[in-house]
Structures are given as structure tokens and as C-alpha cells.
Design a binder for this molecule. Structure first.
Ligand SMILES: *[C@@H]1O[C@H](CO)[C@@H](O)[C@H](O)[C@H]1NC(C)=O
Ligand SMILES: *[C@@H]1O[C@H](CO)[C@@H](O)[C@H](O)[C@H]1NC(C)=O
Length: 302
């Protein structure tokens, strides 16, 4: 299926009612924010042919192939996977050992731990995750489901925008192990304009690399941003409610924090050295972040 490698795949697996917040988006959009804009940028399948798929089997052949049966779909290089009212129930996406991938406007829910994370990005470079809705529930123990959005094995150039992560135990793990520093010190991830809500932990948990986390909303999570193992985070203009640990460190992680509203709690992370992101961006004032993030989730129309 090599000729599909630069295809843009549309999913229409399940129809859900259109959101009143729906925003117009283009199939040839490229990443315009954060680390995904560096190193030649992230264009996915922009400019390539468009393939419309309406079944899981068609999706798997369009984007690259399956692993672990039909519960995980592997996405190839130079590919955009764009949802049109798309819902993947119990089906995760994997971005592994590839470059230049865009995933936008898809709801993924209740991916069992036996299948792994809802979105798993590993050893991949230039990846834009945008306008996703990722969730499960908290009715089971914390290992019934795995992560919602895990970014591991030395990924660089990853941007996560306009995405809702909600109702889950372990949300977003960046760097999978305390002993993977040689590969993970290179990690670069931007999180902007996302909503993290009703999560237990990992909002995100960030090891070794550089992370820029700005203009996100964090509501009613047990835990906050955990900077670990020498990670250098730049944390700007985010807002929190309902946690007493909005930003903290484990094993000598660091953060430069400015312009945040910690919801009455305190940042306890040691001050780091990451004071300036290597790209331009605009910050929304903390008081306006919540309204700016109100169109997060799978609210696009193509
Ligand atoms: C992706 O596109 C780049 C740039 O055109 C090309 O060098 C690379 O071989 C492509 N990768 C695959 C797997 O097709
Ligand atoms: C990091 O992960 C890679 C890929 O799994 C592995 O080959 C390597 O040995 C790991 N390194 C460490 C220090 O754990």
C-alpha cells in the first residue's frame, strides 16, 4: 500500500451531531505552531491525493497497516488523518518510527490497555496532533486503560493543539522511563490551547526533554504538570482549577513558569533554564485562555 503513503485519509466511521463551535479547516493545512513548525515543518499529506474511508479496514489500508489486530492503526510518514464526524471506539492510532504526520478532528475513546494508548507517538519526528477528543472513564482501576496521548522514545518536533483530554486516569506521558535519557533528552513537544479535565495524572508527565506548555486549561485533575529527570519546561499563561499540585517536579525536573493562574495552589518546580521557545507564538492572557480554548475537541469541519 505504498502509494497511499502520502494520502490524506478521511474517516466517517460514525456520524455524530455537528458542534455549534464547528470551525472550517482545510485538508492541506500544515502545522503553524510550536515545535512541529521546525526542521522543515509538518505538512503530513498536504498536496497529496485524498482518500475517503468509511470503515476501519479501509482506514488501516489507507494509512499503513494494522498492529495488534484491528485495535490499533499505524499511520505512515507524510500522511494526514483527518476526521469528518469520526469516532474511533476502542481503536488507537500509532505514530511509530515515521516523520511528518498530522492527525486532526477525531474522537477516540475507551481504548483498552491490551491495545495500548489512544494515541501513541514513538521515535517519530514532526507530528501535529490537533482538535482531538481523547477519553475513557474512571470507573475502572488505573490500568484498565493505558495512556491517552503518550509521546516516547526520543520524539522531536511534536505539537499538540486544541485537543481535549478528559475522564481518564493516565493522560499524557512524555518519555516512558527514568533510564531512557540518552534517547529522550532530545524530546521536544509543544502543548497549546488544550483542555485537560477530570484526569488522575500525567497532565503531562514530562521526562528529560524540552516542553513548551502554554494557554491550556486544567480542570479538576488530581495531579498537575510533572517535570521529571532534568526536563526543561516553559509553562506560560495556563489556568487551573481543582488541583493542589498544578506544577511540580520529580527527580530534578525544572520549569520556568510565568503568567499562569494556578487556581490558588502553588508551583513547586525548581526554576529551569528554558526561558525562550525557538519559534514565534502569541500568548493569550490567562484570563482569556478559557474562552480561547472553548473550540478545543473534534470541532472542525473540512
Ligand atoms: C516523505 O517525504 C519526504 C520529503 O518528500 C521524502 O524524503 C520521504 O522519503 C517520504 N517518506 C516516505 C516514507 O515516503
Ligand atoms: C531507550 O529506548 C530504546 C528503544 O526502545 C532502547 O533501544 C534503548 O536501549 C533505551 N535506552 C535506555 C537507556 O533505556
Amino acid at each position: 500500500m505504498k502509494w497511499f503513503v502520502s494520502a490524506i485519509a478521511f474517516l466517517a466511521i460514525q456520524v455524530v451531531s455537528a458542534s455549534p463551535l464547528e470551525k472550517r479547516a482545510g485538508v492541506n493545512d500544515v502545522a503553524t505552531l510550536g515545535y512541529a513548525t521546525l526542521n522543515g515543518g509538518t505538512s503530513g499529506g498536504s498536496g497529496g491525493p485524498t482518500t475517503v474511508v468509511t470503515s476501519l479496514s479501509a482506514l488501516t489500508s489507507a494509512v499503513a497497516g494494522t498492529i495488534t489486530g484491528n485495535t490499533v492503526v499505524k499511520v505512515g510518514s507524510n500522511t494526514s488523518v483527518l476526521g469528518r464526524n469520526a469516532v474511533l471506539n476502542g481503536v488507537g492510532l500509532r505514530v511509530i518510527n515515521v516523520n511528518n504526520v498530522i492527525i486532526r478532528n477525531i474522537k477516540i475513546s475507551k481504548v483498552l490497555a491490551s491495545a495500548g494508548d489512544a494515541i501513541g507517538v514513538q521515535a517519530a519526528h514532526q507530528v501535529w496532533i490537533d482538535h482531538l477528543d481523547l477519553s475513557s472513564d474512571r470507573d475502572h482501576d488505573k490500568d484498565f486503560y493505558d495512556g491517552l496521548l503518550d509521546i516516547t522514545h526520543g520524539c522531536t518536533g511534536v505539537t499538540v493543539t486544541n485537543t481535549i483530554l478528559h475522564d481518564h486516569w493516565k493522560a499524557s506521558l512524555v518519555g516512558h522511563s527514568d533510564s531512557n535519557g540518552s534517547e529522550d533528552v532530545a524530546i521536544t513537544v509543544t502543548y497549546a490551547n488544550n483542555v485537560f479535565s477530570n484526569l488522575n495524572s500525567r497532565t503531562p508527565s514530562f521526562r528529560f526533554g524540552h516542553g513548551h506548555i502554554f494557554n491550556n486549561v486544567f480542570d479538576n485533575n488530581n495531579d498537575g504538570i510533572n517535570t521529571r529527570d532534568g526536563a526543561q519546561l516553559l509553562v506560560e499563561n495556563n489556568v487551573w482549577t481543582g488541583t493542589d499540585k498544578p506544577l511540580y517536579a520529580t527527580d530534578e525536573g525544572f520549569a520556568v513558569a510565568r503568567g499562569n493562574d494556578f487556581g490558588g495552589a502553588s508551583n513547586t518546580a525548581p526554576v529551569g533554564s528554558f526561558t525562550s521557545a525557538p519559534y514565534s507564538y502569541s500568548l493569550v492572557a490567562a484570563g482569556s485562555v478559557r474562552s480561547a480554548a472553548s473550540s478545543a475537541g473534534a470541532t472542525l469541519s473540512f
